[in-house]
Design a protein around this ligand. Structure first.
Ligand SMILES: Cc1cc2nc3c(=O)[nH]c(=O)nc-3n(C[C@H](O)[C@H](O)[C@H](O)COP(=O)(O)OP(=O)(O)OC[C@H]3O[C@@H](n4cnc5c(N)ncnc54)[C@H](O)[C@@H]3O)c2cc1C
Ligand code: SF4
Length: 472
């Protein structure tokens, strides 16, 4: 702790956004970084707490007070080494993590947590721009090989760890490029895709081999992988979306969010959009059903495509503007969260149940809705209709897709229909086969996927070699 009185002297200051009117004209990132001087003074606010709640609030247990101090001292290169010792991809989390560390920070009791996520992002962006992040190819070869199914953050983190331990690592991905939801779900305006390409180049230089357009269990039998490798890690995500089986669901113009968002990401990257008809919000009244991250990304994308109006419906009641700290801190609080996309011009409505869709000529035109009480029961007399030419279903993901990979493996599922495996050895019910990320824990966050990928790599290395030096 370089500056003992930092938290008393320096006010919290965070990154700002470019004005909404400007940023909705493009799909690029719009967060304005703090200057070096301001970032260092923000880092000086860290109190190096005796019990650093931030450290346990962070799923990858980033050593936050240590690198806050290094940044304050101006020792950015060592801060980057420290940060990378717990997180393979801080440039991803520094952009899209909801930052549970900041919710846990002791200064959050006063609503002024250390700007941890901003400092993390500054460290890693600086490290890349100064050329400090280089491939770390292992000098030893174990002669063991590991197949990883799925190249989302869980698969990528596991692959990097295992390659650095000296194993031959092969990543199999059904899409044309790596990244999972980082590439095809999260829009470019939250995270530009050149950041993933740069990491993939680093990983290739470390020996990881990527096999694209390789749909395991569909185009390539999973048995081939099991026969050819010493271990197989399943990190295929939780891709089965929650549906809304109500009257009119079959009308044109009602789509899952993950049919809509990947198309726009592909357009931005000049990738073919695929065989599905183009889904575009331009000139339409858009209704997004579901109030989470995915719904928010649908809003930002619809606004950029030129929607006439965007309305987001959430079945849960409107959360409080401010949490009760005495009850919630240092845990993640339930409170109203307003994303940058919300600020770009969406209407939000809470405690609303959609009961049906109606249309003309086979196309959706209206939603029938009703308000619900605290027990989510319809309140008689509160029925209303909403105009809609495009409806995006963003109600989360129920579990991994079973057909194909999991079905042919016959792997045991847990009661939520995710792949059953614990967080110590990550072994599934099938010999040599492990599972991590959303495929094991269900729909979650990038930072949890990175944690699980790292821990699964530790478990696999230990099983293959009898011992491991990979951190958990
Ligand atoms: C629209 C959207 C926005 C989100 N925004 C955020 C956010 O802002 N912050 C945040 O922290 N989290 C966010 N999330 C959640 C986060 O993206 C996921 O929790 C995380 O990506 C899960 O990582 P994963 O590696 O387990 O799986 P995924 O990222 O889903 O990757 C799985 C990969 O496996 C591949 N695959 C699946 N089956 C096979 C197969 N049989 N053969 C070959 N390849 C296969 C898939 O193509 C995919 O590339 C968002 C999710 C969505 C949908
Ligand atoms: S909880 Fe906040 S103030 Fe305390 S060590 Fe962590 S970042 Fe610093």
């Amino acid at each position: 702790m370089g500056k003992v009185t930092g938290f008393l002297e320096v006010d919290r200051q965070d990154r700002r956004y470019a004005p909404a009117g400007d940023r909705i004209r493009h799909y690029r990132e719009f967060v304005i970084p703090l200057s070096e001087e301001t970032t260092r003074s923000q880092a000086s606010r860290c109190m190096n707490c005796g019990i650093p709640f931030c450290h346990t609030g962070c799923p990858v247990n980033n050593q936050i007070p240590d690198w806050n101090d290094l940044v304050y001292q101006g020792n950015w290169e060592e801060a980057s080494q420290n940060l990378h010792s717990t997180n393979n991809f801080p440039e991803f989390t520094g952009r899209v993590c909801p930052a549970p560390c900041e919710a846990s920070c002791t200064l959050n009791i006063e609503d002024t947590p250390v700007t941890i996520k901003t400092i993390e992002c500054a460290i890693v962006d600086r490290a890349w721009s100064h050329g400090w992040i280089k491939p770390m190819a292992s000098s030893r070869r174990t002669g063991r090989s590991v197949a990883i199914v799925g190249s989302g953050p869980a698969g990528l983190a596991a692959a990097q760890q295992l390659a650095r331990a000296g194993h031959d690592v092969h990543v199999y991905e059904k899409h044309a490029k790596a990244g999972g939801l980082l590439r095809y779900g999260i829009p470019d305006f939250k995270m530009e895709k050149n950041l993933i390409d740069r990491r993939i180049r680093q990983m290739e230089a470390e020996g990881v081999v990527f096999h694209y357009n390789s749909h395991i269990g569909v185009t390539t039998p999973v048995d081939e992988l099991i026969a050819a490798h010493d271990a197989v890690l399943l990190s295929g995500g939780a891709e089965q979306p929650r549906d809304l089986p109500i009257p009119g669901r079959e009308l044109d113009g009602i789509h899952f969010a993950m049919d809509f968002l990947p198309q726009q990401n592909r357009r931005v990257s000049n990738e073919p959009v695929g065989s599905n008809e183009p889904i575009l919000a331009g000139g339409k009244h858009v209704v997004v059903i579901g109030g989470g991250d995915t719904g928010s990304d649908c809003i930002g994308t619809s606004v950029r495509q030129g929607a006439v109006s965007v309305t987001q419906l959430e079945i849960m009641p409107r959360p409080p503007e401010k949490e009760n700290k005495a009850l919630s801190w240092p845990l993640w609080p339930l409170k109203l969260r307003t994303s940058s996309s919300h600020e770009e011009g969406a209407e939000r409505d809470f405690a609303v149940l959609t009961t049906g869709f109606t249309g003309t000529g086979g196309k959706v035109r209206k939603l029938s809705c009703v308000r619900v009480d605290a027990k989510m029961q319809p309140i008689p007399g509160t029925e209303f209709e909403l105009k809609a030419d495009l409806v995006l279903l963003a109600m989360g993901f129920v579990n991994p897709v079973y057909e194909g990979l999991l079905e042919s493996l016959g792997v045991t599922l847990d009661p939520r229909k995710n792949v059953a495996a614990n967080q110590t050895d990550y072994r599934t019910s099938v010999d040599k086969v492990y599972a991590a990320g959303d495929m094991r824990r269900g729909q979650s966050l990038v930072v949890w996927a990175i944690r699980e990928g790292r821990q699964a790599a530790h478990a696999i290395d230990k099983d293959l070699m009898g011992t491991t030096t990979l951190p958990r």
